[in-house]
Design a protein around this ligand. Sequence first.
Ligand code: ADP
Ligand code: 5GP
Length: 232
Amino acid sequence: MSSDSGSLIAGPGAGEAAPTGKPAIRGGLIVVSAPSGAGKSSLIERALTRVPDLQYSVSYTTREARGPERNGVDYHFVPEDEFLSMRERGEFIEWARVHGHLYGTKASAIEAEMAGGRDVILDIDVQGAEQIRDKMREAVTIFVLPPSRQVLVARLSRRNLNSADDLARRLFNASNEVGKFEEFDYVIINDDLERASAALESIVLAERNRPPRQRQRIEPIIETFRSGVSNG
Ligand code: ADP
Ligand code: 5GP
């Protein structure tokens, strides 16, 4: 899909000011979950470069940075006491313990992006997806499935994991996570990266055309028909 794929969106882009000067139309929330190593980050990275007005939500975590990961870009790496204080103050819209570490999404950060008219994409585990579903019915949830367990093992083995135990724990969790696929709005099988990326991008773009997402644009159009009737 080319970088001008935003042309599939009806009317102005999600964050573009409407011609009337009205405030930007509120963006949506897209949750992507998958077993570790299934390819979420690869798919999200591509979507971010190809879909306009799409913003990645940087999570907070208590785990150590791996390899080239950067604080504030890949994660906000925080000590456990800081994470627990944030949780105590109710700053997370969702949080979970995953593979032995704490992870959470700061509510105010995603709220600001959505209010600015951008869609926000989250890379979170299935427990976090459940919490988002309970709190925001309009959120769109996507499950990324690897083509097989063997392929998942191969993908995880290529990664810079801390230990053999870490690999075993991720595989054990994967067996439980894949059983939850039916709770999601969409399932993308990440066999071929190009095909799976196109699927993710098309979901994000298609969701922008849902009537509730376009109400501010639709109502003035419908009004022209109403006034047309009363004017004869
Ligand atoms: P996750 O974010 O779900 O943990 P990553 O995106 O980091 O997974 O992918 C795990 C590994 O698998 C990476 O080495 C990545 O390059 C590779 N990978 C992801 N998708 C594919 C694919 N469709 N085909 C082959 N390799 C892939
Ligand atoms: P990793 O340590 O490999 O970066 O991530 C481990 C898992 O934590 C992945 O499944 C990832 O989706 C999940 N994760 C990352 N950020 C969050 C978050 O903010 N909340 C929740 N619930 N899970 C997260």
